[in-house]
Design a binder for this molecule. Structure first.
Ligand SMILES: [Ca+2]
Ligand SMILES: [Ca+2]
Length: 201
């Protein structure tokens, strides 16, 4: 029983890291630990957003809050951030995670464009993909990565270079303590099984 459970858990942990993949769909990542809707810290329209969301584990190279006033597109609703407002167009831009993550994705709206998404970790390139992006649901509108470890997503927007993003979903790498507790729990299960066996004899 102990070995079976242990190997199942090890397989599950391995599986969660084995399938590196880009996220390109209409819902984002599966069961995100956190989703930032940009209602958490409300700022003045078009003001720069850099560290204002650091309390939620995310910072930005620089984006504008509600860059184009009220906007609703698939994946974008209510408050959001974007890279084009009255100031300069901020393209490319980066989303930084304060601790390593295994999955992150976000809703995107652009004028029709081919946009590039790159995952980085500690300033080292991990992987990238390019995808058609738009604003009317004619393309997928959630983009990101899952099954790899990274702490930055760098976005280069094609076409006219403008992008809005919202509903930033994040799942962090489990803390070492989580693994330790898991292993301790398994050890306890084994100990109890052994005790039961011994007392039955
Ligand atoms: Ca929102
Ligand atoms: Ca890192």
């Amino acid at each position: 029983m102990k070995m079976k459970l242990a190997s199942c858990l090890i397989a599950a942990l391995a599986f969660s890291n084995a399938h590196a993949a880009s996220v390109q769909n209409t819902t984002g990542i599966v069961s995100p630990a956190t989703t930032i809707t940009f209602d958490e810290v409300v700022l003045a329209d078009s003001s720069l957003v850099t560290t204002e969301y650091s309390g939620l584990g995310v910072t930005f190279s620089s984006l504008y809050y509600n860059s184009q006033g009220p906007a609703t597109f698939p994946g974008i609703s209510g408050n959001y951030v974007g890279n084009n407002a009255s100031g300069p167009l901020l393209n490319p831009f980066s989303i930084f995670f304060s601790s390593d993550v295994t999955s992150a994705a976000f809703g995107v709206a652009t004028n029709p464009a081919l946009s590039t998404f790159e995952a980085w970790n500690g300033g080292l390139f991990v992987e990238s993909f390019s995808a058609s992006t738009s604003f009317d649901g004619s393309t997928d509108y959630y983009f990101g990565f899952t099954g790899i470890t990274f702490d930055e997503i760098r976005v280069s927007v094609g076409g006219d270079g403008q992008m809005l993003i919202d509903n930033l979903q994040v799942t962090a790498v489990p803390e070492p303590e989580t693994y330790a507790m898991l292993l301790a729990g398994l050890g306890l299960l084994g100990f109890m099984a052994r005790r039961r066996k011994e007392s039955a004899v």
